[in-house]
Write a protein that binds this ligand. Structure first.
Ligand SMILES: [Zn+2]
Length: 423
């Protein structure tokens, strides 16, 4: 009588606090159990882990999963699998051909997030203790984080007014998009550009993407707004004062005018807007093809050069939420292209990047389209009662990329959700 057991060995690595609601593991098969193949898939935590052992006949009557930690093997109990340290309950089933499948519910995996977990089959040749390990039958389970799910949006944004002198809108609308992620929209009554700013916090730093179109702290209190959000976040999470990094998608005034409120403030770095300053701060040595990471402390943001609208334009990708912050490179509005030679490959690289990840929301810096496909507000509009949603998705990026392939010079080309404007 043969038994198969599985041994799980894990090296626990503690991770900085991350939301534990949705986590998955991916699996790499390292070898075959008992001379057969072993395949495994791990779903989102809290559901069921399953792996199968093919052709491991004659009948497999049980298995043992053992975590490291205390490392005390747990005796087989019938066809059950018991995994002490990982707090797994599982059932082990064989079919007539001898194929075995294991379904295990992982109840307490978060402590192992980021760990390397090795599952090894152990061949039992008797009903007694394990007689030996078959080192060839192992799978490597790397516990990771589930695909991002994006964030939320308000029912509507402030969108200017027909008479701004009587508008009661605040100068900045703050929307909590996701945990430790905020969207700020500047009122079009303060500046017609009505840009969107994004604030992302980690455990050590906060990143403000763009500083708005107005310098005056009275008219547009962007620093006070950001600091209040961070103060509350730090207090709620027992964090020290975060370092604030004020960076920009590009140097146009509607994205940088708020800088003056941050310059010289404590714990604050305002990234320069020239190409040398941008490259130097982020550590981009190969412009514009190198993508680098900015570490906020337990949260990494990708910095992606995307020149074309402007020579130093960069986009940002936040893996935690699945948001791609595209600035003026892509948004529901007038896509002004100052260098087609730079813009086309930037969009092409953005496509490659976006297709290799789960991008939930493409978030640009303005909304200039109406809710009617193909109809944009005129440049300078200060009242947009029926404006398009902020969010775009991969379909619009692909549409843009495809359209650009036949654009060779100055053009105004209207699409449902953006207008390509090549000078
Ligand atoms: Zn802009």
């Amino acid at each position: 009588m043969r038994f198969l057991s599985a041994l799980v060995a894990a090296a626990a690595v503690s991770l900085a606090a991350v939301p534990l609601a949705a986590q998955v593991a991916s699996v790499t098969v390292l070898g075959s159990p008992c001379g057969a193949s072993l395949a495994a898939t791990l779903p989102v935590l809290g559901t069921t882990m399953a792996f199968t052992i093919d052709g491991a006949a004659p009948p497999l009557l049980g298995a043992l999963l053992q975590s490291p930690g205390p490392g005390v093997p747990v005796p087989l109990a019938g066809c059950d699998i018991f995994l002490s340290s990982l707090d797994v309950t599982a059932a082990f089933v064989t079919d007539a051909s001898g194929d075995a499948s294991v379904a295990a519910t992982l109840a307490n995996i978060p402590a192992f997030l980021g760990s390397l977990v090795v599952v090894q089959g152990v061949l039992f040749r008797d009903t007694g203790p394990v007689l030996g390990l078959d080192v060839t039958n192992a799978v490597e389970l790397r516990l990771g984080v589930a695909p991002p799910t994006g964030g939320t949006f308000p029912p509507s944004w402030i969108h200017g007014a027909s008479n701004c002198s009587t508008s009661s809108d605040p100068p900045i609308q703050v929307h909590p998009y996701a945990a430790r992620t905020w969207i700020l929209r500047q009122s079009k009554c303060v500046n017609f550009e009505g840009p969107f700013l994004y604030l992302l916090a980690g455990t050590q730093k906060a990143l403000l993407i763009d500083s708005g179109a107005t310098a005056s702290a009275t008219a547009f209190p962007v620093r006070a707004t950001v600091q209040a959000l961070l103060d509350a976040y730090e207090l709620a999470n027992g964090l020290p004062n975060l370092q604030i990094v004020v960076a920009h998608t590009h140097s146009h005034g509607d994205h940088t005018q708020g800088d003056s409120q941050f310059v010289g403030q404590p714990n604050t770095t305002v990234v320069g807007t020239g190409l040398a300053a941008v490259q130097s701060f982020f550590g981009i040595t190969t412009w514009p093809t190198q993508i680098v990471a900015l570490d906020l402390g337990g949260r990494s943001v990708d910095v992606i050069p995307t020149p074309g609208h402007h020579a130093t334009h960069i986009s940002f990708h936040d893996a935690e939420t699945g948001a791609l912050f595209t600035g003026d490179t892509l948004y529901p509005g007038h896509l002004f292209v100052s260098s087609l030679a730079a813009y086309k490959p930037s969009i092409a690289r953005l496509v490659v990047f976006a297709q290799s990840r789960t991008i939930v929301d493409f978030l640009g810096a303005h909304v200039e389209m109406t809710s009617t496909p193909g109809v944009a507000y005129p440049y300078g509009t200060t009242w947009q009662p029926n404006e398009h949603a902020l969010r775009l998705d991969l379909a619009q990026l692909l549409e843009l990329d495809t359209a650009l392939q036949s654009v060779t010079g100055p053009i105004t080309q209207v699409h449902a959700e953006f207008v390509i404007e090549v000078f």
